[in-house]
Design a protein around this ligand. Structure first.
Ligand code: ZN
Length: 151
């Protein structure tokens, strides 16, 4: 069903999809949030351990398409050690990147998702984990749905 996405499936995305990093429930989580993308059926729960405003640990569990899993996997790898302010900036950069395809210099490996902008239906898959991260940081514990967000 993803035939039209072949050129998106770069090595990095496939690798993170098949072998997601940080794929477990984090026992020491200080906050978590659930994300749901009803358009694709992606569901995930993100766990964060935040200490003095810095992300110490991040993990996720859930099920979904390759892009949503790879995105969550790469995100949890890339947000450790970042401050809340840095994460807000990263969210904006990733959001811009997957909607416009322009890659900011700071996103590093996350640049593999820039190609998603060519497939509007996949943008929400790629951004789902990021919405969950923002919701977890807000700490309101409310589930987030991509259908409530202006992606
Ligand atoms: Zn998806």
């Amino acid at each position: 069903m993803f035939d039209d996405l072949n050129d998106l499936y770069q090595q990095v995305i496939l690798d993170h999809c098949k072998h997601p990093r940080n794929f477990w429930e984090l026992p020491v989580a200080t906050c978590s949030a659930q994300g749901h993308n009803p358009l694709c059926g992606d569901q995930l729960r993100l766990y964060l351990s935040v200490e003095n405003g810095v992300i110490k640990e991040a993990s996720f569990v859930g099920s979904g398409c390759c892009i949503s899993k790879a995105s969550a996997s790469l995100m949890t790898e890339n947000i450790k050690g970042k401050t809340k302010d840095e994460l807000r900036r990263m969210f904006d950069q990733v959001h811009d990147m997957v909607t416009t395809g322009s890659v900011p210099g700071e996103v590093g490996k996350l640049a593999v998702f820039a190609g998603v902008h060519k497939f509007p239906a996949r943008v929400k898959c790629a951004i789902l984990a990021w919405h969950a991260m923002m919701a977890a940081l807000k700490g309101d514990g409310q589930p987030v749905s991509t259908e409530n967000e202006e992606t």
